[in-house]
Design a protein around this ligand. Structure first.
Ligand SMILES: [Zn+2]
Length: 415
């Protein structure tokens, strides 16, 4: 088995790995680098056959929906088969029409069935469902030429599916030649530090909501389904209805999981921001709107009792909230990666909050495993070799794990 990390050997984002066996090749993830301002075709890694003209390129296998693993998919030929989780595929397809830039349909290919192996040319692929902040996320075991490579994807051990992490520690895949493992948290937090669990987040939200006199706004991604569950549960404990926009409603619907909050649940309601109303008219999304309108509410109703509501905040709500006069006694809770805030992605929100005298509070936990969980993971899998990926600190790996071998971007190596 020959392997090349095209991107990701020393950065978080842009993950792309090519694996070759007997002249046939597969790609694991095809992500957008996190620091790129535009999603440009020139960012595509140099892989033969991304134009669909080389039958030796068998397909692209995605670990999960996050753009830093899937973002460059839009530039490859629709002839190339793509593998991913079935719910992940539905979520990506549901999100596509809402994206500001054009993204073609996701090419067909494979749909993962957790822990069920399937063959693609000389590669036997087994998807392992993992706990991550993206829904329906997988690690991938790739077997070919009598070698076994385990690609961790992104994972953690403190989310709502922590059981999956415990299961893999208890029953790890054995005889692993190479573990390609993410290390997002290395260098970001102290080695001893543990992350709060989603249940801790839920409890912190309950407290924050109970201290809020008016509308409680939680700025989180609709695709972070674990977090939406935490916000919904905390809202319910506070006798508040959780308001979501149409984007979040279709994402939750795409999970097709009856345990995940949906727009028609009594504790949920649909609130359409004005800009989205324009989008619905322009794109004739009337079916979509109808499907999610059983609990639709309008600003004037919220204005009467803002303390009866929590809003899954997205920046597109800003003007509606001013016009609707819903900000008296409101609170703003930032519930995603602090890096987006620090690099200025939400500066408009920052100024808007300052203007209205609302202070930002942060309640969040990482989508990635803490260093101690990474250590437990390596210990359980006991691979012959650990190769860093999806980390700004590959040089930290040898301090924490045995048998580390560092390979740079674009370098081919053999297992
Ligand atoms: Zn991710």
């Amino acid at each position: 088995m020959n392997i090349c990390i095209h991107r990701g050997s020393n950065q978080i984002g842009g993950s792309c790995v090519e694996i070759e066996q007997d002249g046939q090749r597969i790609i694991l993830d095809i992500g957008l680098p996190l620091d790129s301002e535009f999603n440009d075709k020139s960012l595509l890694p140099v892989v033969k056959g991304l134009d669909g003209k080389d039958p030796d390129l068998l397909g692209v296998f995605l670990s999960h929906t996050h753009l830093d693993h899937t973002g460059l998919l839009k530039h490859i030929s629709s002839e190339i088969k793509v593998g991913l989780g079935p719910a992940a595929r539905r979520i990506m397809e549901a999100a596509l029409p809402f994206l500001p830039d054009k993204f073609p349909p996701i090419p067909h290919g494979w749909e993962y069935d957790p822990w069920k192996s399937f063959q693609a040319g000389p590669f036997l692929i087994t998807p392992y469902l993992v706990d991550h902040s993206a829904y329906d996320a997988y690690a991938l075991l790739i077997e070919a030429g009598n070698k076994r490579l385990f690609y961790s994807g992104d994972f953690r051990g403190h989310g709502r599916k922590a059981k999956l992490f415990q299961n893999i520690l208890a029953k790890p895949p054995g005889n692993i030649d190479v573990l390609l493992m993410e290390g997002s948290t290395l260098g970001r937090i102290d080695q001893e530090l543990r992350f709060p669990s989603e249940t801790d987040i839920e409890n912190e939200l309950v407290e924050a909501f109970s201290k809020t006199q008016g509308l409680a706004m939680v700025h989180a991604s609709g695709q972070n389904v674990d977090r939406v569950v935490s916000i919904m549960r905390a809202s319910k404990k506070n006798k508040r209805t959780l308001l979501i926009d149409l984007y979040t409603a279709v994402i939750l619907e795409a999970t097709q999981n009856k345990n995940i909050p949906q727009s028609h649940w009594p504790e949920m309601a649909l609130l359409i921001p004005n800009s989205q109303r324009g989008q619905i008219l322009r794109k004739s999304w009337f079916d979509k709107l109808k499907r999610h309108s059983s609990n639709r509410v309008f600003m004037d109703k919220i204005k009467q009792n803002p303390n009866k509501y929590t809003l899954l905040f997205r920046p597109l709500f800003v003007n509606d909230l001013i016009k609707g006069e819903c900000l008296e006694g409101a609170s703003y809770i930032y519930s995603q990666w602090e890096g987006y805030w620090e690099r200025g992605d939400y500066d408009k929100v920052k100024y808007w909050l300052a203007k209205h005298g609302i202070t930002k509070q942060s309640i969040h936990t990482s989508g990635h495993a803490a260093p101690s969980d990474l250590q437990a993971f390596v210990q359980a899998l006991n691979p012959r070799k650990v190769v860093p990926i999806h980390s700004f600190m590959p040089e930290k790996y040898p301090e924490l794990f045995d048998n580390v071998e560092i390979h740079g971007d674009g370098e081919w190596w053999r297992v």
